[in-house]
Design a protein around this ligand. Structure first.
Ligand SMILES: [Zn+2]
Length: 102
């Protein structure tokens, strides 16, 4: 992810999508956040620490490669109802991380 000045300024005082706390100026300057924009043009900011905390802790994760020709975006999307994280580093091709159903 490219953290340019504009993105860092934009992240300040945005609510983290996980903990709902504001991203502080310090955290923004230290690039301690992830940013993504959904296909619905919704900006999503999350603390890196919250993102890691939400998806670690000894829980088995299922990682799947997905191709979505219909959804062109780059970034990270957290689907809380399905408990899945989608990471797209290039448009249309990404990985889906979800909790292993036991
Ligand atoms: Zn947070």
């Amino acid at each position: 992810m490219d953290y340019d000045k504009k993105l860092i300024l934009k992240a300040v005082n945005k609510r983290c999508d996980v903990c709902k706390d504001f991203i502080t100026e310090d955290e923004a300057n230290n690039c301690e956040f992830y940013y993504s924009r959904t296909s619905g043009n919704r900006d999503i900011f999350v603390h890196i620490k919250c993102w890691l905390k939400a998806w670690t802790g000894g829980v088995m994760m299922k990682i799947k490669l997905i191709v979505t020709w219909y959804d062109i975006w780059i970034g990270i999307f957290i689907d809380r109802t399905k408990k899945a994280v989608y990471i797209f580093l290039v448009p249309c091709i990404g990985i889906k991380i979800s909790k292993e159903v036991s």
